[in-house]
Ligand binder design. Structure first.
Ligand SMILES: [Zn+2]
Ligand SMILES: [Zn+2]
Length: 144
């Protein structure tokens, strides 16, 4: 019997300069309500899909990087965006080696993605409603 093919999804920025492909399902998906995500996306929350770095293939376009050093931990977080249209493409973090966080709103098709948890709920905007039964964390999710 042939092996089931690994699902592939593509995405890109608003202007089309940056294009990428992800292989397989994300290891984890989260809605993040932290103030850092609110500001970097100018939005209420972030939809983040974490993939092993080797599962994210960049097809075209150079991304710009903004490095943020955490006040709390002193560790870096590198946010990638399109230098032409400014679309946030995702980030990598010193504390998650080998993992790339894809800004899931940039996927061409987004309806297949399910959310595993909501994090940083302590700074969630008051009008955002989290579905019943959804795992929530006041701050970051720390793997057990
Ligand atoms: Zn662009
Ligand atoms: Zn966040």
């Amino acid at each position: 019997m042939p092996a089931t093919p690994i699902p592939v999804h593509e995405g890109g920025c608003l202007c089309g300069a940056v294009r990428y492909r992800v292989h397989g399902k994300p290891a984890l998906t989260a809605v993040c309500h932290c103030t850092f995500c609110q500001r970097r996306l100018a939005s209420a929350f972030a939809i983040v899909a974490f993939f092993p770095e080797e599962s994210v293939e960049f097809l075209q376009g150079e991304m710009s990087t903004h490095e943020h050093i955490s006040d709390a931990s002193g560790r870096w977080l590198r946010v990638n965006f399109c230098p032409h249209c400014g679309t946030s493409m995702g980030h990598t973090a010193e504390f998650r080696p080998g993992v790339r966080a894809v800004a899931a709103g940039t996927l061409d098709e987004r309806d297949w993605l399910t959310i595993d948890r909501h994090v940083w709920v302590q700074s969630k905007l008051p009008w955002v409603q989290i579905p019943d039964g959804m795992p929530t964390y006041q701050q970051a999710y720390v793997a057990p």
